[in-house]
Design a protein around this ligand. Structure first.
Ligand code: 4AD
Ligand code: MG
Length: 480
């Protein structure tokens, strides 16, 4: 077909030329002499104005050109008298490709609540807000690949179905072809996975890290970028049961190299979005400002969205250890003015998201890289520090988000790794293939995982992770 996209037309106005547009009606206004149709084709946030003369376009067609209907418009591009855009299309013919009954189409030209739009997730992409979010998501995804490709990393496709629980947290979704209504049982009366498709129990992956480590021991710098699944029953604005994760893994990197890479990477992709999603981010910035107005004064953020994005790309992240953070949090308990509600009592307890947000939003007012966590609250594969108490972990905390990245230097020493696995009762027999990395040509290495939706949440200024993935999967929600 010979259609022109609206983005192209706005960037290259061609008065007097003929053009064909296709897209969906956002609004229609009519008077006796003329009908104005604002059309959007998703190529950019702007609508394009179509001017239809009732002497040329039939009444029947104009009646059907309602919000939500899909049109093919052919006409002449002319200079526009209206404010806001330089050109418009004077229709010579309009074809209704798909009608939308105004009494039934749920997305009307008015402000709908995000809750309502979540219930209509199959149609919500037809709003300005969701169009902008998914274009930003797309650009961020591209920026991530570009960043690693420029640095010579190899993109590794890690499997979705695995037999391991990489994080050892027991939050996996089982995959099975067993007939659970009539389950085969073994001698012990348990499900007999030998009868299963793979001849063993399998689950959806929680992380591509372990496979990333295998690949890094040959290709030296790799990354994965794929869907990951966690059956954690946390109904928060930061958790999904299905989310996308970016996991670089680098041979010969120590903990500090890992931190440097993560900081540079985050700043790069956010700058990329600022450059390539200018109009969408300006729209989302205004939207976020509106939301802020509805909040109580003490819960309002000090910065607008664009200001915050600039700030993060232009300031070094703060780097402190868990132990230093613990001291700050403990001291802050006495400071009532800072309204710190969840005191931290004991060295060794994991930080709650309230703690993380306090450090980032109230104390430092900058992204924070927290390192050297107590080994008890981190995974088995992390490199043990010489104090015997902490591991070379890092979490990156962002304003408004809390943890956005989790990573570590890995324990490359076979004996130490085996000892830790024994302590945590992780089967060395089942993980023989992972231990082979330490048996044959082991090397110091490190990596991290970025939760993609948490990044999109930060960049778009949205408040709920369900609104930055097209079809969110959360407890009780997997309709379409
Ligand atoms: O901290 P996590 O669990 O670390 C790992 O999975 C490591 N294997 C990463 C690595 O070192 N290669 O998860 C990493 C990030 C978190 O910081 C968070 O941004 C995101 O993944 N994340 C989630 N995002 C949305 N919903 C959930 N349920 C998430 N769980 C983790
Ligand atoms: Mg984590």
């Amino acid at each position: 077909n010979n259609r022109i996209k609206i983005k192209h037309l706005l960037e290259n106005p061609t008065p007097e030329e003929k053009a064909t547009l296709m897209g969906w009606v956002r609004t229609k206004r009519s008077n006796k002499h003329v009908t104005f149709i604002a059309i959007n084709d998703g190529s950019c946030i702007q609508n394009y104005q179509c001017v239809a003369d009732p002497q040329i376009i039939s009444e029947d067609i104009l009646r059907k050109a309602n919000t939500g209907a899909c049109l093919k418009i052919t006409g002449t591009i002319v200079n526009s008298q209206g404010a806001g855009q330089s050109t418009e299309i004077q229709a010579t013919s309009i074809e209704v490709l798909g009608e939308a009954d105004p009494d039934k189409f749920p997305i009307q030209p008015k402000k709908h609540s995000l809750e309502f739009l979540r219930e209509n997730a199959h149609l919500r992409v037809r709003t300005n807000t969701f169009g902008a979010i998914f274009r930003v998501r797309n650009q961020l995804s591209f920026a991530i690949h570009q960043y690693f490709h420029e640095k010579g990393f190899v993109y590794i496709h890690s499997p979705i179905i695995t037999a391991s629980d990489a994080e050892g947290a027991g939050e996996t979704f089982q995959v099975t072809t067993l007939d659970l209504k009539n389950p085969p049982k073994n001698k012990e009366g348990e499900l007999d996975f030998q009868e299963d498709f793979f001849g063993r129990a399998t689950n959806l992956t929680v992380s591509g890290q372990l496979e990333g480590e295998l690949a890094a021991m040959a290709l030296s710098e790799v990354y994965t970028f794929g869907p990951t699944f966690r059956a954690e029953n946390s109904n928060t604005t930061r958790h999904l049961a299905e989310f996308w994760m970016i996991e670089p893994e680098m041979a010969f990197f120590d903990a500090e190299d890992n931190q440097n890479l993560a900081e540079d990477f985050l700043q790069y992709v956010i700058k990329f979005a600022l450059k390539h999603c200018k109009e969408d981010l300006e729209f989302l910035d205004k939207r976020a400002a509106e939301e802020e107005k509805g909040k109580k004064a003490d819960q309002r953020s000090d910065m607008g969205l664009l200001e915050r994005l600039d700030f993060v790309t232009q300031n070094e992240f703060v780097r402190i250890t868990y132990t230093e953070a613990f001291e700050i949090l403990k001291a802050s308990k006495q400071n009532k003015k800072k309204k710190f509600v969840y005191p931290i009592e004991e060295w060794g307890t994991d930080l709650q998201s309230e703690h993380e947000r306090f450090l980032v939003e109230k104390h430092f007012k900058k992204p924070v890289i927290l390192t050297d966590y107590p080994k008890e609250i981190k995974s088995f594969y992390m490199k043990q520090n010489s104090d015997n108490k902490t591991v070379a972990a890092m979490d990156i905390l962002f304003p408004g988000i809390g943890e956005i990245v989790g990573g570590s230097q890995r324990e490359e020493n076979l004996d130490k790794l085996c000892q830790r696995m024994d302590e945590l009762k992780i089967s060395k027999e089942e993980m023989w293939w992972y231990l082979d990395t330490r048996k044959f040509g082991t090397a110091p290495h490190a990596g991290f995982g970025l939760g993609f939706e948490r990044l999109v949440l930060f960049v778009t200024g949205m408040g709920n992770i369900r609104d930055v993935i097209p079809f969110p999967r959360t407890p009780g929600n997997a309709e379409f």
